[in-house]
Design a protein around this ligand. Structure first.
Ligand SMILES: [Fe+2]
Length: 474
């Protein structure tokens, strides 16, 4: 039986198609419409999904009437009325947090885990704890709107002049340049414990006063990150206590905070964060919820297929000659991070390469870049005793002088580890680069311009090449 999962009426609409536990396709709306964080699915995306066959059932990622009731009774921003449907195909809706929990647990290798979902808000729930045992998922704890980890973080994102629901990752990056102690007391009063907040952050923060200097923005970001990490730590310890589980599945938009995620290794033995933990991952979550069993998870390369092979030698030569290579190969990543298939790869040894890549991508010059490293070498270059195949953890770099362009101001890096099974082409490329240079690391950043979606298909590639006069290796 084929199940089409749909997520729309929230930032980051997406579509997934599964059949008997196999994931046939999963893609993001924005990559087709070219509208960043597109709220609705579109015909090209649906066509791409349905090229794998017609669904027998549709699974929707939240309960529209329940969400409408929250918007009416309790307020908040958002839409509730999905536009997409196929007549004659049965349709079932699942709770917003249940879809997140299902996306996480059913793609994990665990048969026994605590599942924590933290986001801004779905229908009413903002923070939930579930237990996954065998193929069953049961709710153990819930916290409702307006107390919300996600809304707190987004409100501070907005306060320092960034776009909420979109640029939280920039605030996280800015935190490394700030002094968290300067505004800690003030920020802490807004979120004194995981179940207490000063007011409804959906309305933004309106009693802060004027932010005068640029350094203030960085210091507020650092304080907000610190308070978030402390509340997260508190919440996770509570979740562990009430369930007694040592394996964590972490989902919801908050699971994209790679700096905070690293701290969770102090609490749990094993952690699984699906590479698309935010709402965009919930089309797969809804489909998995309807299937009701674990999926065959083979990796995040699930989107539009360019049907080409990894041009390892071409990429290697380009990086050795020019320092930078743009790459578009195979199936697009399902999730916000480019993990090798829609990536700009560069030589991390060159301290100037960071500025060059930032200029290509038209990004702020302070923004850090991430390293991709051969899994077997990861612990020699970075302070980590776990793998990070989807760039979900920020760890201390042990040899910053050797790879300066992938180290953040605070000495950390958001690492992607690669083994031969996960991505044979990228693994081979890293090994070739290692043989030539003695460095098993490359800089890896998304193939896009700031504020625009990742490149998706051949039309995007041609447009990029015309506009920027630079070739993409395919
Ligand atoms: Fe969500």
């Amino acid at each position: 039986m084929k199940i089409l999962g749909i997520n729309e009426t929230s930032h980051d609409a997406s579509v997934s198609l599964i059949e008997n536990g196999n994931i046939l396709f999963a893609g993001h709306s924005e990559r087709y419409s070219k509208q960043k964080n597109d709220w609705y699915v579109n015909d090209s995306l649906i066509q791409d999904a349905l090229s794998y066959g017609k669904p027998d059932a549709i699974a929707y990622y939240e309960k529209p009437i329940l969400k409408a009731s929250r918007l009416l009774l309790r307020g908040g921003a958002g839409e509730w009325n999905p536009k997409f449907n196929i007549d004659g195909i049965p349709r079932k809706s699942f709770g917003h947090h249940y879809s997140h929990a299902s996306a996480g647990y059913y793609t994990s290798s665990f048969n026994d885990a605590v599942i924590v979902v933290l986001d801004s808000v779905g229908e009413y729930n903002t923070s939930t704890v579930w237990v996954g045992e065998g193929e069953k998922i049961k709710l153990k704890f819930k916290q409702n709107y307006p107390i919300s980890f996600g809304l707190f973080y987004s409100a501070f994102t907005k306060l320092i002049g960034l776009m909420p629901n979109q640029e939280e990752y920039i605030m996280m990056g800015m935190a490394a340049y700030g002094d968290w102690t300067r505004y800690y007391k003030e920020v802490d009063e807004y979120f004194p414990s995981y179940d207490k907040q000063k007011y409804n952050f959906h309305q933004g923060i309106n009693d802060w006063g004027i932010i005068i200097t640029e350094q203030d923005r960085f210091d507020i970001a650092a304080a907000a990150q610190m308070v978030y990490e402390q509340r997260l730590n508190q919440f996770m310890r509570m979740a562990k206590n009430i369930t007694g589980k040592n394996n964590l599945v972490f989902m919801g938009g908050c699971a994209l905070n790679s700096s905070a995620n690293t701290l969770l290794w102090n609490i749990f033995d094993m952690i699984w964060i699906m590479p698309n933990p935010g709402d965009a991952g919930s089309s797969l979550g809804a489909a998995a919820a309807l299937y009701g069993k674990h999926l065959n998870w083979e990796g995040p390369y699930l989107g539009h297929n360019l049907n080409n092979k990894y041009p390892v030698i071409k990429i290697l030569n380009k990086i050795l000659e020019d320092g930078i290579a743009a790459v578009a190969v195979g199936k697009a990543e399902y999730g916000p991070r480019a993990l090798g298939n829609r990536s700009i790869l560069a030589d991390p040894r060159d301290p100037n390469i960071k500025d060059k890549v930032n200029l290509i991508k038209q990004r702020e010059l302070f923004r850090p870049f991430a390293p991709v490293v051969i899994e077997e070498h990861a612990s020699k270059w970075f302070d980590m005793d776990f793998t990070s195949p989807y760039m979900q953890y920020t760890v201390k770099c042990l040899r910053p002088e050797d790879i300066p362009s992938v180290v953040h101001a605070d000495g950390t890096s958001r690492v992607q580890t690669v083994n031969s099974k996960q991505h044979p082409g990228l693994y081979q490329l890293l090994n070739q680069f290692y043989k030539r240079t003695g460095v098993p690391v490359l800089l890896n950043t998304s193939l896009n311009i700031k504020g625009q979606p990742l490149l998706n298909d051949i039309i995007d590639i041609k447009e990029w090449e015309l506009q920027y006069h630079s070739k993409i290796l395919t």
